[in-house]
Design a protein around this ligand. Structure first.
Ligand code: ATP
Ligand code: MG
Length: 173
């Protein structure tokens, strides 16, 4: 079903407020409003909330996090950019694996389990989308969710098949 991106982002901002305030981190939202993606709202909110939760967890106090939303072809791009510890190049592929945590994260006193990004990747691919990262150690990271703004190809292929079958039964000159 169609899911409003504004609603999604507002929900994620609400959920992350306490954690952000505790570290005096400002989470802002910029970009296009009124966008729609296609899928399961609860799951999509979970995915985005995981990215923002990480951005807060792996950033020093008094930094900024920016959520950016924009239409990009048939897809909607939602990016979460932080000014945090960053991720070493050799870790960027592996962080999406279950239980994988980069060194700096493993040695942190407050620990997660290393499942967050595996869940994000799973949700993105279930929606016919994807999640990507670009990062520089000591500078920050940007995680980008790309989600389809329309029903999956299977659904529309089925519709056009039905239309073709319709045309056949009705006969054409
Ligand atoms: P969990 O999310 O299960 O509580 P986690 O945060 O360690 O635990 P993931 O969310 O899967 O697990 O992230 C995996 C690893 O990727 C993290 O341990 C950390 O090393 C790295 N990472 C994820 N997001 C960021 C980020 N925004 N900045 C720096 N490193 C990150
Ligand atoms: Mg996490």
């Amino acid at each position: 079903e169609p899911v409003g991106v504004d609603r999604m982002i507002n929900e994620v901002l609400d959920r992350s407020r306490t954690a952000a305030v505790a570290k005096e981190i400002v989470v802002r939202w910029e970009g296009e409003h009124g966008l729609t993606v296609y899928g399961h709202e609860g799951q999509l909110v979970t995915a985005l909330a995981n990215l923002v939760e990480n951005a807060i967890a792996y950033s020093p106090e008094k930094t900024s996090i920016t959520i950016h939303s924009e239409k990009s072809g048939k897809r909607v791009k939602i990016a979460v950019a932080d000014e945090g510890i960053g991720i070493a190049a050799e870790d960027t592929d592996r962080i999406f694996e279950r239980f994988y945590r980069a060194d700096q994260a493993r040695s942190r006193a407050t620990g997660g389990t290393g499942l967050g990004l595996a869940i994000v990747k799973h949700i993105a691919s279930n929606h016919g989308g994807r999640v990507e990262v670009s990062s520089e150690v000591g500078v920050g990271s940007t995680f980008t969710l790309r989600l389809p703004s329309r029903p999956p190809a299977g659904a529309s292929a089925l519709k056009s098949q039905t239309r073709m079958a319709d045309m056949k039964t009705k006969g054409r000159p």
